[in-house]
Design a protein around this ligand. Structure first.
Ligand code: ADP
Ligand code: MG
Length: 427
């Protein structure tokens, strides 16, 4: 991909008139309270799927109801090789099972550090979600893991590598191929937005007025503030029918694959990065690339059985989460430490939402799901646990020096397998 400084695509901001209820989430209300995840290992790993099977009328429906969790183990890289690190993550032959020391976890898929898993990963994990968009199902792909574990590479949301083989470029290609085959029967409108959440503030990565610099202060912010001066902050809102929108963010209307790829590239360049002890180019923000697909299927005016025009709308969130490492390990202080705390707040809130959704007993009792505890979970509210299909790709380094963080990632991902979504079609 080449750097482009201009986005030649028509963009709009969200129509505020559609918005009924305003989000009253205030990051200052919530103390930076760390709620630990209640993590179970292997014995409960299959629990969610078995329960889903009992509840589901068919194998197909079971597929729909489960959150899929895959693990991607990248190869040893640069420093790890220089330090002669040992590979400490073993994949059990013929099974989607990972072993780390005495711990063993089973996932839906495991992609090892040898070979090129990208197209298999796309076909197995993301392609069904792209197909589901055409039936009106929202979907979310989450790349989770410590800084340097390969999240950006796997998603293809970086400027450097993973460009063509990453999951986002592959999703875009599959989407346009499908549209090409359906365009004679259905009218499509596509929009993309690309935002990041840094220190509990939402930043528009497609703002045509923003600079492409990766320095967080380059956009006129002070003390790491990332919004453009004079521009109202982007707000997460909820419509009366539970659809989450981003008021004030740029939505680009795109008609071609090239236009969509330009948006991805422009936003990736704009993404804030910073240095910590973990990785010089570590990303401290959650980056969310969202593709919205609107379909109008024309009814047959001459048929008495025709129901008229049918409208479907669904969105695909492709999320490159911030590094999951503990704040203390970044060795940061001052502003950057605060960022670390906020990042953990988002990921912990995500973990607590996952935990609440995965707890069958609590769910039946209508227990509160704490979506409002962070901007990240609030934004994903209509795409986690409700009208959505979700895939988490847990990215891990195989190096022994990262074993502690890798174990945390595997535990977190294991917990996510217990979520049961109930897909509802948006009409
Ligand atoms: P993260 O986004 O989790 O911080 P990156 O995606 O930036 O991690 O990856 C860290 C480094 O590892 C990069 O230099 C990247 O090129 C390399 N890398 C990640 N995944 C792979 C892979 N599957 N194969 C080869 N190199 C990889
Ligand atoms: Mg990254």
């Amino acid at each position: 991909m080449h750097a482009s400084n201009e986005l030649n695509i028509s963009c709009k901001t969200h129509a505020i008139s559609q918005i009924i209820r305003e989000d009253n989430y205030n990051p200052d209300d919530s103390v930076n309270e760390i709620v630990s995840l209640d993590i179970d290992e292997e014995p409960s790993t299959l629990h969610g799927c078995f329960n889903a099977m009992e509840a589901a009328p068919s194998a197909m429906a079971m597929e729909d109801c489960c959150v899929k969790v895959a693990v991607h183990i990248r190869p040893l890289i640069g420093d790890e090789k220089l330090q002669a690190c040992k590979d400490c993550v073993a994949v059990v032959s013929g099974k989607p099972q990972v072993q780390l020391g005495t711990h063993s976890f089973t996932f839906d898929h495991v992609y090892g550090s040898t070979g090129t898993p990208s197209s298999a990963m796309f076909e197995e994990c993301v392609s069904p979600l792209v197909d589901g968009l055409f039936q009106g199902y929202n979907a979310t792909v989450l790349a989770y893991g410590q800084t340097g574990s390969g999240k950006t590479y796997t998603m293809g949301s970086g400027c450097k590598d993973g460009g063509q083989t990453g999951l986002i470029p592959q999703a875009m290609t599959a989407l346009f191929n499908k549209i090409e085959s359906l365009k004679h029967q259905i009218e499509f409108q596509l929009h993309v937005s690309f935002i990041e959440i840094l220190k509990e503030e939402v930043r528009d990565l497609l703002d045509p007025n923003s600079s492409n610099k990766s320095d967080t202060t380059a956009n006129g912010g002070q003390n790491g503030k990332v919004n453009i001066p004079g521009k109202p902050p982007i707000q997460i809102r909820e419509t009366s029918n539970g659809v989450i929108t981003l008021a004030g963010s740029t939505e680009c209307s795109v008609q071609t694959l090239k236009e969509m790829a330009d948006c991805l590239e422009h936003g990736s360049l704009s993404r804030a990065t910073g240095s910590t002890n973990m990785n010089n180019q570590s990303s401290r923000s959650h980056a969310i690339f969202t593709i919205t697909v609107e379909q109008i299927r024309k009814g047959d005016a001459n048929s008495s059985e025709s129901m008229g025009d049918e409208y479907l709308c669904a969105k695909l969130h492709l999320v490159d989460l911030a590094g999951s490492e503990r704040a203390k390990r970044t060795g940061s202080d001052g502003m950057r430490f605060k960022e670390g705390v906020h990042i953990n707040k988002g990921l912990l809130a995500l973990g607590n939402v996952i935990s609440a959704l995965g707890d069958d007993k609590k769910r039946k009792e209508g227990a509160h799901v704490p979506y409002r505890d962070s901007k990240l979970t609030r934004l994903l509210q209509d795409s986690l646990g409700g009208n959505s299909r979700t895939v988490m790709i847990a990215c891990v380094s195989p190096a022994d020096i990262n074993a502690e963080e890798t174990l945390n990632t595997l535990k977190y991902a294991n917990r996510a397998r217990n979520i049961r979504n109930k897909p509802v079609v948006n009409r």
